[in-house]
Write a protein that binds this ligand. Structure first.
Ligand code: GLN
Length: 508
């Protein structure tokens, strides 16, 4: 059976009807993970623990105590700390580190929560710094669509795992695009929720005021189901918002306007803002065409497009690349070789131990960001860089609010192009940073944003459409994305690893 081609609803039905049990499903995916090891999507797999979890999940299902996700396997980005699996955040400095506790996201998805089975931890750019997975200390993950191309970053391992059918769904985190961009590069649906909606407790910190966890899966409905499990207040996270839980599936299949009988198109009344800055010269022609076609498809569903402006879009890059490194330099000061993580074997005094442990443990990009971060926070430069960036951050957030007076959601590309070839951009960090132009500002504003597949390039690489919503509008964004997916096939396209070339890559 092609269990790896099934979405969460199909898997749930298969489990409930007894066509397979969680033990069967879990061993199926573990087998695929070991068969497709060369993708380097996973950093740690502990089959015995996964199988033990599956047996417990089967028990819950048999006793009638299962929920919609019980017994379904999931992969987790290695940025979430775990007791059983190693938690490295893609860094050598945390090689072999296991946490004394599990991150809240994992707890909520696991047996004491939604009942899902963990398949292990996925590869990522070191400390989530990167856009291509090439910054992982454990070697990059390969893109299942084309093994010569990057899977995107930093949640590239999670994206590749789902795109290659190694897991039905995965978790990711997004500080400046790390859920949306790899989702776009691997043909997935990914959602970065409103800042504070999902607990950051147990998420290894990169830039605390921007980091947010979310799902990466085959479609919008799958993402809604995961959101139902992970979103909600967590007293252990001081930035977690005290807001009631909600059902993220509640609008799925319902028309945009609740006057059911008065509309003949499901998205009638929806106003889509199209920011002109998201279609500037740097945008690849094929990506532009795919995004424009998607906008036409939304119009066919009843929506109207309105031109809007986000004038500070270009400033999001310098702003983000001041603020994120500033926060990172503070967050990463805890890795000093004293309490946990790598400690140099060769030192003569305490200062040398710090220096050598960090020099040996951190990769080049992480060091670069620590240097930038300490520089922009230093006395004399603080006002010129950090404070100035904070002011622009506020203006960027306000610009979004101005556009939401004219529209309900914003749409545009996720990235300027499709997944590039390995090494194409890794020698020039600034070129890599420029790839983040469309994804950074929602994080700076704390807004929810998602990526859905909307096309394919002539190089046979997937293209993503970005949907940006106002605060807490995730359920509405998922509704919109779901309607698009009901009306199109882009999310059903399969990487060649799933559908060998004989099928011409066509969706059957
Ligand atoms: N590419 C961005 C960076 O390198 C964003 C990464 C992320 O969202 N974690 O910082």
């Amino acid at each position: 059976m092609n269990w790896h081609l099934q979405n969460l609803t199909q898997l749930q039905n298969s489990l409930q009807q007894g066509l397979i049990d969680s033990v069967g499903l879990t061993s199926f995916f573990l087998e695929r993970i070991s068969q497709l090891k060369h993708l380097n999507a996973f950093l740690d797999v502990q089959p015995e623990t996964s199988m033990a979890q599956a047996r417990q999940a089967d028990l819950l299902i048999r006793e009638g105590k299962g929920g919609p996700l019980t017994g379904i396997p999931i992969a987790h980005k290695d940025v979430f700390v775990t007791k059983v699996w190693k938690s490295t955040a893609g860094s050598k400095i945390l090689a072999n580190y296991s946490s004394p506790f599990d991150a809240t996201v994992l707890e909520r998805l696991g047996l004491d929560g939604a009942g899902m089975v963990s398949l292990g931890k996925t590869n990522m750019d070191e400390f989530a710094m990167g856009s291509s997975n090439e910054n992982s200390a454990y070697g990059p993950t390969l893109n299942p669509w084309n093994l010569e191309r990057v899977p995107g970053g930093s949640s590239g391992g999670s994206a590749a795992a789902v795109a290659a059918g190694l897991a039905p769904i995965a978790t990711g985190t997004d500080t400046g695009g790390s859920i949306r961009q790899p989702a776009a590069f691997c043909g997935l649906t990914g959602l970065k929720p409103t800042y504070g909606r999902v607990s950051r407790y147990g998420m290894i910190a990169y830039a605390s005021s921007l980091d947010q966890a979310g799902p990466m899966g085959k479609n919008a409905k799958d993402c809604s189901l995961i959101m139902n499990a992970i979103a909600g207040h967590d007293p252990k996270d001081s930035s977690s918002l005290e807001k009631d839980n909600e059902d993220y599936c509640r609008y799925l299949g319902k028309p945009w306007l609740d006057k059911n009988n008065l509309v003949d198109k499901p998205l009638q009344g929806l106003r889509i803002g199209v920011p002109k800055e998201y279609f500037s010269d740097g945008l690849d022609g094929e990506v532009r065409t795919a995004v424009e076609n998607a906008l036409r498809a939304f119009e066919d569903l009843g929506a109207v497009c309105v031109d809007v402006s986000l004038p500070k879009t270009e400033l999001s890059i310098p702003t983000y690349y001041v603020l994120a490194p500033a926060e990172a330099s503070s967050n990463l000061s805890r890795y000093d070789g004293v309490r946990y993580g790598h400690r140099s074997a060769d030192y003569k005094n305490l200062a040398q131990m710090y220096e050598r442990s960090r020099a040996e443990g951190f990769g080049a990009e992480v060091k670069r960001r620590i240097l930038i971060g300490t520089y922009v926070l230093s006395q004399g430069y603080y006002d010129a860089y950090y404070l100035q960036a904070q002011k622009i951050r506020r203006i960027i957030a306000q610009d979004f609010q101005n556009t939401f007076l004219e529209c309900d959601v914003l749409m545009g590309p996720v990235a300027p192009g499709v997944a590039w070839k390995f090494s194409e951009k890794s020698s020039d960090p600034v070129q890599m940073y420029l790839e983040d132009i469309y994804t950074l500002s929602p994080n700076l504003a704390g807004l929810p944003a998602m990526s859905i597949p909307c096309g394919c390039s002539t190089s046979k690489m997937p293209i993503g459409l970005q949907i940006i919503g106002n605060y807490f509008s995730e359920a509405r964004m998922l509704q919109i994305a779901d309607f698009f997916q009901q009306a199109s096939n882009w999310h059903l396209q399969q990487s060649p690893i799933l559908a060998p070339p004989a099928s011409n890559g066509e969706v059957s």
